[in-house]
Design a binder for this molecule. Structure first.
Ligand SMILES: O=P(O)(O)OC[C@H]1O[C@H](O)[C@H](O)[C@@H](O)[C@@H]1O
Length: 452
């Protein structure tokens, strides 16, 4: 099978000669540290060889549970936030019909997401939508205590039991959580739900290839064996003994750090020219943002869908502050085929495109954008992906995961913790007068009073 490939020529032209190669020894040291478990955050390295450790038996167990949900449900709600839903949504939306919610494809349950916000209208409209549906729930939380997910799950569990009865509900609610602790585990144990474990040593943003991602993706009807196969092949292609120049993840990590350290590029924009990849960018933002945004450092991960956002962000990218670079995921061949028709009147003047495939126009837009942005001083890294299918999505996932682990080590941060995310939670609990937060509640009310 082919592999995804990197073109860094439009990025290295913004760097001094040898700037990327200069990272070779640091990258080797980073990969050794990941392999030997001697890097910061070394209790969260379970993702490193996860693809190659997934057995056919485990895939079969996941598929069997997915089949039960597929047989018994018209709709399956995936409750989770951050790493507990982004990977699943990224893959499902990349592979699914762009209008899946409108195309009544009886072969697959409709997969919807909840627990990734606290929007009252969103949750009210979801519960309304589910009122006449035979639905199930996959409740995903590594900690088992995340407020957004727990709040959504309380609503969904009650509605599922009211609509299907407690006994039947038990068969269509699955929990994916910690092996022993947390509210999600406690509820699953009490109610007798089927459960899968999120390994202690795999952090949320690296968990898409655990049941966190694999079960929802299988429920949606996609081939998790191929997904894992692509990731496993990329695991081999980016191993610590692969020569630097032949290791795409090593090169990507080195180039982005060189652009940050030497060329002052503080923002990386992940770009796609396929709208189905929108959530792949959202998954990537968490992976890099939560791994590197520490100690006042780190490249800010942003994302754009082109050509759509060229009509909104194009001006800034072309002529704003030169602190950005672009990483473009380019899908070589679309899954579908559509030609531009000829029009007798040609009032739109587009007959010069007649007979061409739509993607030919998209590819010229991509090339034209690359030339314009590079001319405007925006370095461009191009990740070429042969097809948008499970196998190559597995390659992309592992490529970005291992590059993130390397990059975080090059940046000298702990890529595998996320202490910063606790701040808002503490304030929220204090403001909600959560039991046990009495002192924090008093303090925050005092602060708010003083700020008036
Ligand atoms: O899976 P959970 O424990 O519910 O966590 C869900 C998400 O929220 C946390 O606050 C972190 O920001 C993320 O790294 C994590 O993926």
């Amino acid at each position: 099978m082919k592999s995804i490939s990197l073109d860094i020529t439009k990025a290295t032209q913004f760097l001094s000669e040898g700037a990327v190669k200069a990272y070779e020894s640091q990258v080797a040291a980073a990969q050794e540290a990941l392999e030997n478990g001697t890097c910061p955050g070394n209790d969260f390295l379970g993702w490193l060889h996860l693809p190659s450790s997934i057995t056919p038996e485990f895939i079969a167990e996941l598929q069997s549970v997915a089949n039960t949900l597929r047989e018994k449900c018209e709709v399956v709600v995936v409750a989770g936030i951050g790493g507990s839903y982004l990977g699943a949504r990224a893959v499902i939306e990349a592979l699914g019909n762009s209008f899946a919610w409108l195309v009544q494809d009886k072969k697959n349950p409709t997969v919807v997401f909840a627990g990734n916000n606290i929007g009252e209208d969103y949750l009210a409209e979801l519960t309304d939508y589910l009122k006449d549906k035979k639905f199930g729930v996959i409740n995903i939380s590594k900690s088992g205590t995340t407020t957004e997910t727990a709040l959504a799950f309380r609503l969904l569990k009650k509605q599922c039991e009211n609509q299907r009865g407690k006994e039947e509900a038990k068969d269509v609610i699955v929990a994916i959580t910690d092996a022993h602790k947390g509210a999600a585990r406690a509820a699953a144990t009490k109610e007798g739900y089927k459960t899968f474990v999120i390994p202690d040593n795999v952090g949320g943003r690296f968990s898409v290839l655990t049941p966190v991602g694999l079960l929802p993706i299988a429920v949606a009807g996609f081939d998790i064996k191929a997904l894992v196969g692509g990731a496993a092949d990329m695991e081999k292609a980016t191993g610590k003994d692969v020569p630097f120049a032949e290791n795409p993840a090593a090169i990507y990590a080195a180039v982005r750090n060189a652009l940050y350290a030497e060329a002052g590029k503080k923002i990386e924009i992940l770009v796609n020219f396929q709208p189905k990849l929108h959530y792949m960018s959202e998954w990537w933002k968490q992976l890099y943002g939560e791994s590197e945004g520490k100690d006042g450092k780190g490249i800010f991960p942003a994302a754009c869908d082109f050509t759509t956002d060229l009509h909104s962000m194009g001006q800034w990218i072309q002529e704003g502050e030169r602190s950005i670079f672009e990483t473009v995921i380019s899908i070589e061949t679309p899954e579908k085929t559509l030609f531009f028709p000829h029009d007798e009147e040609n009032l739109d003047g587009l007959n010069f495109l007649a007979g061409k495939r739509v993607d030919e126009v998209n590819k010229m837009a991509e090339l034209g954008t690359r030339l314009a942005h590079v001319d405007g001083g925006v370095p461009n890294i191009r990740v070429s992906v042969p097809q948008l299918n499970e196998y190559y999505l597995g390659q992309i996932i592992y490529f970005f995961e291992i590059a993130c682990g390397i990059s975080g080590n090059l940046l000298a941060v702990n890529p595998f913790n996320q202490p910063g995310v606790e701040a808002y939670k503490k304030n929220m609990f204090a403001l909600l007068n959560k039991p046990g937060y009495e002192a924090e509640s008093a303090a925050i009310q005092k602060r708010l009073a003083e700020e008036k």
